[in-house]
Design a protein around this ligand. Structure first.
Ligand SMILES: CC(C)(COP(=O)(O)OP(=O)(O)OC[C@H]1O[C@@H](n2cnc3c(N)ncnc32)[C@H](O)[C@@H]1OP(=O)(O)O)[C@@H](O)C(=O)NCCC(=O)NCCS
Length: 140
């Protein structure tokens, strides 16, 4: 399937970003809404994945401290390279911003996905929104 990646801001695309994250994190993964929506969105760089009709199908954000988070792809669009492309876009943006290292909190089921993109696990398993996570980092 053809898709495109759009760099954006919370102000410009709040509704589209919310649509994807509501479907994936709040509905599918049962993350409480009060944990999903934090005070980082306004200051983050966001990327949206769009299908050929410009419908939002995935997203990711890069926070000012170098943390990548909220990577999500709608269930029916998975395994088509969209997650990988979003992660690459956020990593390239961090490099362009002269960040030396980026990190993320990976859900444990996804650590091999991030390892394939050059991230390394540091430390043990911890819970966020009741979901087991591990911290991972990548030197740029
Ligand atoms: C994790 C997620 C973003 C991956 O998105 P995706 O578009 O399906 O991933 P891609 O198609 O780009 O996958 C790239 C590669 O990783 C592999 N992969 C995909 N999901 C994986 C997973 N959960 N675990 C391990 N490998 C995975 C793919 O097989 C593919 O391998 P290949 O390059 O050898 O073909 C998506 O499954 C998702 O939104 N999950 C729910 C939300 C979530 O868990 N987000 C992560 C929070 S840390």
């Amino acid at each position: 399937m053809k898709f495109s990646i759009k760099k954006t801001t919370w102000n410009a695309d709040e509704a589209a970003l919310k649509q994807v994250r509501e479907a994936v994190f709040i509905k599918e993964q049962r993350v409480p809404a009060e944990l999903e929506w934090d005070d980082q969105d306004q200051d983050s760089v966001h990327f949206l994945a769009l299908d050929e009709a410009n419908t939002p199908i995935g997203c990711i954000r890069l926070m000012p401290n170098g943390q990548i988070s909220r990577l999500s792809v709608l269930e029916q669009h998975r395994n088509g390279g969209i997650g990988k492309a979003l992660l690459l876009a956020a990593s390239q943006e961090a490099k362009a911003m002269d960040m030396k290292e980026i990190f993320l909190h990976a859900q444990t089921h996804a650590t091999s996905f991030y390892e394939a993109a050059g991230f390394t696990v540091t430390g043990g398993i911890f819970l966020e929104a009741d979901i087991p996570h591990r911290q991972m980092f990548k030197q740029l």
